[in-house]
Design a protein around this ligand. Structure first.
Ligand code: FUB
Length: 452
C-alpha cells in the first residue's frame, strides 16, 4: 500500500509563507511513522533510535504494538538517513514481546540499546555497530519488578529507560512512569548489561514518562514528560548530584503543535548546540488518519540560560540550521533526504536500505548539496526494477530539470544497474529534487547516487 503522506508539487509551493504547513524540521523521516526518539551522538553523526509506529495497526482498540526499533541518523541535521530496523523482538531478544521507547549509548567501542518491554520491564541489547543488529546478551530483563528498589510503587510503568554515562565513567539508567514518586535511577556496571545495587527512588512533579538526563557545567538536568494535567509538557529538574537533591526547574518545552497526546523528548548536544528530538502527529493529521498511534519525529534547538535555567524551546518548522553541506561527489544513499512525497524505504538486496515504492510523480528532496565549481558533468543513479526516469531540479521543484536520467528495465528489483545522464553546468550549494516519472507501478528501486 502506498504511504498516505504525499505532498503535491503545487501544495509544496503553496507552503512557502504558510509556516503552519511548511514541513522542514518537523517532521523528519516523514515516510515512516516513528516515535519516542532516543538520541546518541557518535563521531560526527546523531543517531535517533525510535519506536516503530509503522507496526501499530492505528485503530483505537489495538493500541501500541511496536516490536522493533528503527534508527535514523544525520551529520547535518537536515538530511536524515533511514537505516531501517536495527533490533526486533522476539527475534533478537526471545523473552520480550514489545520494544518501546529506546535509548542508546556507546562504551568501549560497543553499543547498548535499552528498551521497554511495553510497561513491563526493561531490556538491553548489544552490538558492535551503531546500526546493529543489536542482540540481547543476558537472556532476561535488565530491570523488572523484582529488581530491588523498583517496588513499592503505585501503578508504575516500568519503561522508558535512558542510560547516561557521567564524566567519571559511572553509568546510570533512569526509568519509570505514571506517578510523581515513580522515577527510578539505577547504577550500571562497566559492562553496561548488569546493575550495581538497588534502584533509587526520585520524585518529579507531575511525572508521567520519558525520563532523560543531560549534564551542563556540573548540573544534572532530569527531563520528563509531565502528565495530562500539566499538558504533557517536557519539564525538568536539576541537581548537583545524579541520584538525589533535584529541584523543579520548569519547562524545557510545551506540548508540541499537532500532537495533542503523549510527548517524548531526547536531548543531545551537537556541534556545541543543544537540541531536542521529539515526536508529534503532524504527518498522520495531515494524512487524515487516526493520529494516536502514528507519530513522527521532529527536531528543534534550545538554550540554557547563564543562570542554569532552560529557555523554553520553541517548536519550529525550520529552526534548525544545516550543519554541513552534502558532498555529491561521494556516493549518497538514496534513503538520505530532507523531504519526500509518497516513497517508502526497504532493505536493499545490495546491502543497507533503498528508496522503494516509487511511482509516477513521487519525489525526494536532498537539502544543501555542494556542487563546488561546476565540475560535475554526469549524474549516476544505482537503480533496480522497471523503467522510468529521474528528473533533477535545483531549488525549485517545478523548475526546469538540469538533467534527466532515463532508467531502463534492469530485469528485477534485485538486479542493480547504474544509469547515467549529462548535467548542466552547476556551481555552488543547491537543494536537489529528484522527481520520478514513468508508466509502470512501481517504477524502480533507488539505492544511491553521485556526481562525476
Ligand atoms: O510509545 C509508547 C509509549 O508512549 C512510550 O513508552 C511513552 O514514552 C509514550 O511516548
Amino acid at each position: 500500500m502506498k504511504p498516505l503522506f504525499r505532498i503535491s508539487f503545487l501544495l509544496l509551493l503553496s507552503f512557502v509563507g504558510l509556516s503552519q504547513y511548511v514541513f522542514a524540521d518537523y517532521p523528519i523521516a516523514s515516510h515512516r511513522f516513528l516515535a519516542d526518539p532516543g538520541a546518541m551522538v557518535y563521531k560526527d553523526r546523531v543517531y535517533l533510535y525510535c519506536s516503530n509506529d509503522d507496526e501499530n495497526p492505528g485503530d483505537d482498540k489495538s493500541g501500541y504494538q511496536m516490536k522493533s526499533i528503527v534508527c535514523i541518523s544525520s551529520s547535518d541535521l537536515k538530511n536524515w538517513t533511514d537505516h531501517g530496523i536495527v533490533f526486533e523482538v522476539p527475534k533478537n531478544c526471545s523473552w520480550a514481546t514489545r520494544s518501546w521507547a529506546p535509548s542508546a549509548v556507546e562504551r568501549d567501542g560497543k553499543f547498548f540499546l535499552y528498551f521497554g518491554n511495553s510497561g513491563n520491564g526493561i531490556g538491553v541489547a548489544k552490538s558492535d555497530n551503531p546500526l546493529g543488529p543489536f542482540v540481547d546478551p543476558i537472556g532476561k530483563p535488565l530491570v523488572e519488578n523484582s529488581t530491588p528498589g523498583v517496588q513499592p510503587a503505585t501503578r508504575m510503568w516500568l519503561f522508558d529507560p535512558m542510560t547516561f554515562i557521567d564524566d567519571d565513567g559511572q553509568a546510570y539508567m533512569y526509568f519509570g512512569g505514571n506517578g510523581d514518586n515513580n522515577v527510578r535511577v539505577i547504577k550500571l556496571n562497566r559492562d553496561m548489561i548488569t546493575v550495581d545495587g538497588p534502584a533509587i527512588q526520585l520524585s518529579a512533579k507531575n511525572f508521567f514518562e520519558a525520563s532523560w538526563m543531560h549534564k551542563v557545567n556540573g548540573t544534572y538536568y532530569f527531563s520528563y514528560s509531565a502528565n495530562p494535567r500539566a499538558q504533557m509538557r517536557i519539564d525538568y529538574m536539576t541537581s548537583t548530584n545524579p541520584t538525589s537533591g533535584f529541584t523543579y526547574g520548569g519547562a524545557v518545552s510545551n506540548q508540541p503543535p499537532l500532537n495533542d497526546n503523549n510527548n517524548h523528548q531526547a536531548i543531545f548536544k551537537f556541534n556545541g548546540e543543544w537540541y531536542q528530538a521529539y515526536h508529534n502527529r503532524v504527518v498522520s493529521k495531515e494524512a487524515k488518519i487516526n493520529p494516536v498511534y502514528k507519530r513522527n519525529i521532529c527536531v528543534d534547538m534550545f538554550k540554557h540560560n547563564p543562570d542554569g535555567t532552560i529557555e523554553v524551546m520553541a517548536n519550529t518548522v525550520d529552526g534548525v540550521k544545516q550543519q554541513s553541506y552534502l558532498n555529491p561527489f561521494e556516493q549518497v544513499e538514496a534513503e538520505t533526504f530532507n523531504m519526500q512525497s509518497a516513497i517508502k524505504t526497504e532493505i536493499s538486496s545490495a546491502g543497507g536500505m533503498c528508496v522503494s515504492s516509487i511511482e509516477n510523480g513521487d519525489w525526494i528532496k536532498v537539502m544543501g548539496v555542494d556542487f563546488g565549481t561546476a565540475k560535475a558533468k554526469t549524474f549516476i543513479a544505482n537503480v533496480a526494477g522497471n523503467g522510468g526516469q529521474i528528473e533533477i531540479m535545483l531549488d525549485n521543484p517545478s523548475g526546469k530539470p538540469v538533467g534527466v536520467c532515463k532508467v531502463t528495465s534492469t530485469g528485477g528489483t534485485k538486479e542493480w544497474k547504474s544509469m547515467t545522464c549529462k548535467l548542466k553546468k552547476i556551481s555552488g550549494v543547491h537543494d536537489v529534487y529528484f522527481k520520478f516519472k514513468g508508466g509502470s507501478t512501481p517504477l524502480f528501486n533507488f539505492d544511491w547516487w553521485k556526481l562525476k
